[in-house]
Design a binder for this molecule. Structure first.
Ligand code: PLP
Length: 396
């Protein structure tokens, strides 16, 4: 066995013989649907041509695979297939969108919600420091909701661009994208929608709603890591190529898997969402019965069906997580790309008191979870919270 395999196997993901640790962190990433994995494998081993080397049938076959995947991605989101540009993920798509918008306007006035992902906020703040964008903030309330009149107010102050995510990756709150797109159009601005956690879970119609830029990522929708897309009428223009520079060899296997994942959502998505909602509700109800003072965060009336975000006052989240690490995989939702825990900018924007912030946990079930896993997890999570609270009391 080579060293790589040994170290991969060294991470034991079993909680007992043949029983894996329950995975409930689908906002972070999803397992690949086995049907998608089969497509990826076939492309890797049979249709492995370079999509840019179209002098022969291998290359032409690969180019056709990319084209067909673009059709599947576009079909899911009501977009024109020619507006799909494949990227390595949402982060790259967001940076490309900003590069295109900034190339067209050297001092872009951008309205952005405080709860966007770091993939949006980091490049925007860097551009602001360079004097290339001027930022205006869209605030959120205690449930992470934006107020439409606040978007209108900011828009009327004079903006060129709005950034609003379709749903929040921490607390799950869903945003009024169609309305925000109309507000942007009314003031002559463009909009970037980060739809990463929302695709397949909330309705989105790129062309009908007039969305200018939308980004998504395959690994959030049971597809492979390393594929995402920017959907925009500018995405495949010479100007986009100019700002992005040379386009390297496309990751055709991951792109093919991305297309297959979108096709599966188009045919099975409604049933999958309903299953995820049932599992989330089962988990929430059981947890509330076992820990009645749990505080459910976000907008309970308008959140992603696979999101459960709560605070357990008196039980710091890191202590709860460490008790659960060999049983159930859940998260604080606030990790940064270095893997280190950071205070959540989302909960800060929602004006969370420190006790609720420190005890906040995010759970996101997925379509492959079973009711048995949910019941097991609810019991273990409740037990961990009670144990931590008891330990905190004795150390006081
Ligand atoms: N936007 C949101 C809302 C996300 O949740 C994530 C990933 O967690 C990203 C962007 C970045 O996506 P990617 O990993 O494809 O770069």
């Amino acid at each position: 066995m080579n060293t790589m395999m040994q170290s991969a196997n060294a991470m034991n993901l079993q909680r007992s013989a043949n029983t894996p640790i329950v995975y409930l962190d689908h906002h972070a990433t999803t397992p690949v649907d086995p049907r998608v994995a089969r497509v990826v494998f076939d492309v890797m081993t049979k249709n492995f041509g370079n999509a840019h080397s179209v002098d022969h049938l291998y290359g032409q076959g690969a180019a056709r695979i990319v084209e067909s995947a673009a059709g599947d991605v576009a079909g899911l989101l009501g977009a024109d297939q020619n507006s799909v540009r494949f990227t390595s993920g949402a982060t790259e798509g967001i940076r490309l969108a900003f590069a295109i918008a900034c190339a067209a306007n050297p001092r872009l006035r951008v309205a952005v919600s405080r709860v966007e992902h770091a993939a949006v906020l980091e490049p925007l703040c860097a551009l602001e420091n360079e004097g290339r964008v001027v930022l205006r903030w869209i605030e959120v309330d205690g449930a992470g909701r934006v107020d439409i009149s606040d978007i209108e107010r900011v828009a009327n102050e004079g903006i060129d661009f709005i950034c609003l995510m379709a749903a929040n990756n921490e607390v799950g709150t869903i945003y009024p994208i169609q309305t925000a797109t109309a507000i942007a159009a009314a003031v002559g601005a463009e909009i970037l929608v980060d739809a990463t956690p929302a695709v397949g879970r909330v309705p989105i119609e790129v062309d009908n709603w007039g969305i200018d830029y939308l980004v998504l990522s395959a690994h959030k929708l049971y597809g492979p890591k390393g594929a995402g897309a920017l959907i925009s009428r500018y995405a495949n223009t010479p100007m986009a190529t100019e700002v992005s520079g040379h386009v390297g060899t496309l990751n055709v296997p991951a792109i093919a898997g991305f297309g297959e994942a979108c096709r599966i959502i188009s045919s099975e998505g409604t049933a999958d969402i309903s299953r995820e909602r049932d599992l989330r509700n089962r988990l929430e109800n059981t947890l509330l019965s076992l820990v009645p003072d749990l505080i459910i965060n976000g907008d309970r009336q308008n959140r992603l069906d696979n999101n459960l975000h709560f605070s357990a006052p008196g039980a710091p989240n890191d202590a709860v997580l460490s008790r659960l690490q060999y049983l159930v995989a859940i998260s604080t939702g606030a990790a940064c790309s270095s893997g280190a825990q950071q205070p959540s900018h989302v909960l800060r924007a929602m004006s969370f008191p420190s006790e609720l912030e420190e005890s906040a946990l995010r759970i996101s079930p997925g379509k492959f979870n079973t009711e048995k896993e949910i019941d097991f997890s609810a019991n273990e999570i409740a037990k961990a919270i009670k144990d931590v609270r008891a330990a905190m009391r004795t150390t006081k």
